[in-house]
Design a protein around this ligand. Structure first.
Ligand code: ADP
Length: 257
C-alpha cells in the first residue's frame, strides 16, 4: 500500500483582494489565487496593471486599509491573515525587494543595512554578524561590509538590498521588477541568486526571457484583475492572449524555436 503524502496548504492565499488609492479608481478588483510552497510565480502585465500595488499587500505595505482583528483578511501568508495586528509577523515571513534600491537602503554602510532586518528580529549580535557575512557571500558581495551604500553600482546596490532580505531568512520572497536598470551581467548574477533561493518566490517583471528560464507559473494581471494563470509555456506562447495585455512572446517560445 502506498503512503499518501500530506498535502501542504498554500503558502500564499489571496481571496477577493480589492484596493483603490483614496477615492481613486479601482486598482485591484477582487483578486483570487493561491501560491504553493516553493513555487516561483511571475506576475506580468502592462505598466499600471496593479502589480506593485498587489505585491505591497503581501506584507502589509499599504497600512491604510489593513483589516482589523474582526474583519476578513484578503491575504493569508503561511496561515497568518495579513491584518493590522499581524504585520510584524507577516514581515518576518515575507521578504520584499523594492524596485528602486533607494527605497530600501538607508544606512551608511553595507554592514548596517544588511544587519538592520536581523537586528530588528531581535537576534543576538553574533548571529546577526554571521547572517550579514553569509548573505553578502550568497549575493556575491563578500567583503563589502565596510563599503558605503552610496558608492556602489545599481547592480551592487540591488544585491545589498537582496542580502538584507535574505539575512532575515524569509519563507516567501517578493520581488518588484528586480531587473530594472541592471546591465546584462548584473541581471545574470541576480538570476543565479534567485535560482538558488529555495523558498517561494513571487516576482513582478517585464523580463519574459527570465520568466521562461526560471519560473514555474505565470499570472497575467491587467486592469487590476487576473486575466490568465497557468504554466509559463501555455500562457506566454499564446500570442493573441499576451499581445492583448501589452506583452510579446519571448524568443525562447517563438514558433520554430
Ligand atoms: P504596476 O506595478 O502594474 O505598474 P501599480 O500598482 O504601480 O501598477 O499602479 C496601478 C495603478 O495605481 C496605476 O494607475 C497607478 O497610477 C496607481 N497608483 C500607484 N501608486 C499610487 C499612489 N501612491 N497613489 C495613487 N495612485 C497610485
Amino acid at each position: 500500500m502506498s503512503e499518501t503524502q500530506p498535502v501542504k496548504p498554500p503558502v500564499v492565499q489571496v481571496q477577493g483582494l480589492s484596493y483603490s488609492y483614496g477615492a481613486g479608481r479601482v486598482v485591484l478588483a477582487g483578486i483570487e489565487f493561491d501560491v504553493a510552497d516553493g513555487e516561483r510565480v511571475a506576475l506580468v502585465g502592462p505598466s499600471g496593471a496593479g502589480k506593485s500595488t498587489f505585491l505591497m499587500h503581501l506584507n502589509g505595505l499599504l497600512p491604510d486599509r489593513l483589516p482589523g482583528d474582526t474583519e476578513r483578511a484578503s491575504v493569508i501568508v503561511s496561515g497568518v491573515p495579513v491584518r493590522k495586528s499581524s504585520v510584524a509577523e507577516v514581515r518576518r515571513l515575507v521578504g520584499f525587494l523594492f524596485q528602486d534600491p533607494d527605497d530600501q537602503l538607508f544606512c551608511p554602510t553595507v554592514r548596517e543595512d544588511v544587519g538592520f532586518g536581523p537586528l530588528n528580529l531581535g537576534l543576538p549580535r553574533d548571529e546577526v554578524l554571521q547572517r550579514i557575512s553569509t548573505s553578502l557571500k550568497d549575493v556575491g558581495l563578500a567583503g563589502f561590509e565596510n563599503r558605503s551604500t552610496l558608492q556602489l553600482s545599481t547592480g551592487e546596490r540591488k544585491r545589498v538590498c537582496l542580502a538584507g532580505v535574505l539575512a532575515c531568512r524569509p519563507e516567501v520572497l517578493v520581488l518588484d521588477e528586480p531587473f530594472a536598470n541592471l546591465d546584462p551581467r548584473a541581471r545574470r548574477g541576480l538570476i543565479e541568486i534567485l535560482r538558488k533561493f529555495p523558498g517561494t518566490q513571487i516576482i513582478a517583471t517585464h523580463d519574459l526571457e527570465f520568466v521562461v528560464e526560471l519560473c514555474d507559473r505565470v499570472i497575467i494581471l491587467d486592469d487590476g484583475d487576473v486575466k490568465a494563470d497557468g504554466s509559463v509555456r501555455e500562457i506566454l506562447s499564446d500570442e493573441l492572449l499576451i499581445e492583448k495585455h501589452g506583452l510579446e512572446v519571448p524568443w525562447g517560445l517563438r514558433a520554430g524555436k
